[in-house]
Design a protein around this ligand. Structure first.
Ligand code: NAI
Length: 349
């Protein structure tokens, strides 16, 4: 059903407040989720509300966290989120990183002991809107097999990048380091469809087209994506003294415990390296030139990386967004959650 982005935000904020989150924090989470839906990233939008509501209600997200921010050098800092809601911690840390980069040219801010924070694009967008380059990455629960492996070790460890162009121009690129999100496998299961043999493997590590046999996702670009997801885990986990690789907590294992996850923001002020005006003009120039590249057969136009989601966002802000009926029914109901995520096997049927 179609719904306006503002109404969707309101419904999600109400539900999260009902689950026990402070109204202000619920508003931030709803904003991050609505950002994802508006950009067509439905895997990280409203469909996650019930999971968060269950975790909040069961105590696995601290609703009154004792957040500690410690600047460890001119351009380095660590924010300990006390397992508070991840979206709020990540937004707060990015705001502080932008301030530090304004003073020092660059800032690297780690967030430790946080819960899931959704789509990385939201946080790098904050940097681009402040005229900075933003890079953000985080750990996620182990679901991806290492190159050549038959069992998961790393998570789908996403990485996002944003850069400002002239005026409102900006590039926002955001990807998981696995070929497909787990949500796409679930989608194929629900539709009774097969999946391409490049997405995932079965229990023996053999590529499978049967979504019900999947016990591990595959990294993007073979050993290269495998290396990239390792880099993300080192920078957002090992660097912050957190559990890493297969030791990262499962999204569903124990909804009463904090997830102890990590995320890293890197912010670069272009003015510390070149003329800011030149940088922004060249970013806009690159966006334009990419759009002018001769399209290959089957393509109408070459988009710059992330442009599809930016175009989608403009459309959604104007005309609303299509959200699955069951999700809207839940958001409009009095039910806080249906107790469906606790101790769920992520690969279970
Ligand atoms: P995706 O595969 O839909 O897109 C990846 C990137 O490619 C996007 O920036 C998209 O705009 C760009 N793209 C796609 N088609 C394009 C085209 N034709 N031209 C130009 N650019 C194009 O995204 P993916 O990998 O499924 O990730 C979805 C979201 O999941 C991200 O927001 C990510 O941050 C989030 N995520 C969060 C996790 C967490 O633990 N918090 C874990 C994994 C993913």
């Amino acid at each position: 059903m179609n719904i306006s982005i503002n109404e969707l935000k309101e419904l999600m904020a109400n539900k999260l407040t009902q689950a026990g989150l402070k109204r202000e924090d619920a508003g931030v989470v709803a904003d991050v989720l609505a950002h994802a839906d508006a950009r067509g990233i439905f895997s990280h939008g409203a469909m996650r509300t019930e999971y968060y509501a269950e975790r909040i209600a069961k105590g696995g997200i601290t609703v009154n966290p004792d957040v500690q921010f410690k600047q460890t050098g001119p351009g380095t800092a660590v924010l300990d989120a006390d397992n508070g809601v991840g979206h709020v911690a990540a937004k707060d840390a990015m705001t502080r990183a932008i301030e530090m980069a304004r003073e020092n040219g660059t800032a690297v801010v780690g967030i430790r002991r946080m819960s899931h924070s959704g789509a990385m694009s939201y946080f790098v967008q904050q940097a681009a809107e402040a005229g900075m380059i933003g890079i953000s990455m985080c750990q996620s629960d182990p679901m991806v097999v290492p190159f050549g492996g038959a069992e998961p070790y790393f998570g789908t460890n996403p990485i996002a990048f944003a850069a400002p162009g002239e005026g409102d121009d900006k590039i926002i690129f955001d990807m998981a380091t696995s070929i497909q999100a787990w949500g796409k496998i679930l989608h194929a299961r629900s539709k009774g469809e097969t999946i391409p043999d490049t997405w995932a493997v079965d229990k023996d590590g053999v590529p499978t087209t049967d979504p019900f046999k999947v016990t591990g996702l595959l990294p993007i670009a073979g050993p290269k994506g495998y290396g990239l997801m390792m880099m993300v885990d080192i920078l957002s986990g090992v660097l912050l003294g957190l559990p890493f690789g297969k030791h990262v907590s499962s999204m569903y294992h124990d909804m009463t415990a904090g997830r102890e996850l990590g995320q890293l923001h890197i912010v670069i002020d272009p003015g510390a390296f070149t003329s800011t005006d030149l940088f922004r003009a060249n970013i806009s120039g690159m966006m334009k030139e990419l759009n002018e590249v001769k399209p290959a057969p089957g393509f109408d136009q070459v988009l710059y990386p992330g442009q599809n989601t930016t175009l989608q966002e403009k459309e959604s802000l104007k005309n609303g967004v299509e959200i699955v009926d069951e999700i809207l029914d839940y958001l409009r109901s009095d039910v806080v959650h249906h107790n469906q995520y606790d101790h769920k096997d992520p690969f279970a049927k």
